[in-house]
Design a protein around this ligand. Structure first.
Ligand code: UDP
Length: 319
């Protein structure tokens, strides 16, 4: 394996994947249209002879010159705030974008890694979520733009696997956090950190008893890399995430404590179809990849806080 195409390369996870694949000696072609990604995330890679960047929207037909061994389709708004702001683009990137990138993988005889999500499980009735759970998704609710597009993409990937024998791997990524998340991303970790830093109230949606399990980005990237280079995972689905589950109220208290913040905690209405609970069963990934998240929530939050502090001191700190 020599060359990898990463869509969403300027995004939070995509940019860390570019770093990792370059470090492992790959030629990396990064693609992004900067809808929610930022050139800041990959600026340090410009000038690296093994890195090539193409500003492009993969909802259009994708053509790339030369050999490609691996395609990682990671382009997609991932914050609920973003995908609700960009509903059509979100649906297109995980339907047309999946079709085009998997078509490219077929033409290049490349392996295809699809960045799916815990959202395919919807508001899950089974807990923790295992890969063989089919989910509980409202097909016409406000989150369906993201959930159903990801589900469609999974079905598309499997169709190409069954029909054309493409080596596809579907990775269901659970809540991930860390440096390079945008300060104004809208997801819960950036919101609470920013609010605590500014002494503003921490906005809990609902009563804060809903749960999430937060994976630090370096652990996630390690899992993606292992899944991508594994020799024998064609047609497999894997959960990737950290199974340590916390309530959102607990998360707010921890972030406040880490920052020594005096901010109050206020409660806002719970968004429609906000999942009540979410926790990955990562038994399959542990067994198959010999992978295990290593960074605890507190350590990861400290790193993320340090990143946010740096970003806020920069002049253009909105991304
Ligand atoms: N949330 C919250 N306050 C915020 C942002 C999010 O209470 O300022 C809640 C949200 O309703 C959800 C959880 O935190 O229950 C995680 O939200 P996030 O947007 O990070 O991602 P999700 O896991 O819902 O995709």
């Amino acid at each position: 394996m020599k060359t990898v195409l990463i869509t969403g390369a300027a995004g939070f996870i995509g940019s860390h994947l570019c770093d990792r694949f370059l470090k492992e000696g790959f030629e990396v072609i990064g693609m992004d249209n900067f809808l929610t990604g930022s050139p800041d995330n990959i600026a340090h890679l410009f000038g690296d002879p093994k890195f090539r960047f193409v500003q492009y929207n993969v909802t259009n037909y994708v053509y790339v010159r030369g050999a490609i061994d691996l395609v990682l389709h990671f382009a997609c708004p991932a914050s609920p705030v973003d995908y609700m702001n960009f509903p059509i683009q979100t649906m297109k990137v995980d339907s047309l974008g999946t079709l085009h990138t998997i078509g490219l993988a077929k033409a290049k005889n490349a392996r295809y890694i699809f960045a799916s999500t815990s959202e395919v499980y919807g508001d899950p009735a089974v807990h923790p979520q295992r890969e063989d759970y089919w989910g509980y998704v409202n097909p016409v609710g406000p989150r369906s733009i993201y959930d159903e597009a990801k589900r469609f993409s999974e079905a598309m990937a499997m169709a190409y696997h069954r029909e054309h024998g493409i080596d596809v791997r579907i990775l269901r990524i659970f809540n991930t956090f860390g440096p390079r998340m945008r300060v104004n991303d809208g997801r819960v970790v950036p919101n609470f950190i920013l609010q605590s830093m500014k002494g503003e109230p921490l906005t809990i949606y609902g009563d804060g008893s809903q749960t999430r399990s937060f994976c630090y980005v370096s652990d996630l990237v390690e899992g993606v890399f292992c899944a991508a280079i594994h020799e024998n995972l064609a047609g497999q689905v894997l959960n990737l995430g950290n199974p340590t589950e916390v309530t959102i109220l607990d998360l707010a208290r921890r972030i406040k404590a880490l920052l020594g913040s005096q901010s109050e905690i206020i409660f806002r209405p719970l968004p429609t179809d906000d999942p009540r609970q979410r926790c990955p069963d990562i038994g399959k990934a542990r067994g198959v990849l010999n992978w295990n998240p290593a960074v605890g929530l507190e350590q990861g939050l400290k790193e993320t806080i340090a990143h946010f502090s740096r970003r806020l001191k920069e002049p253009a700190s909105t991304k």
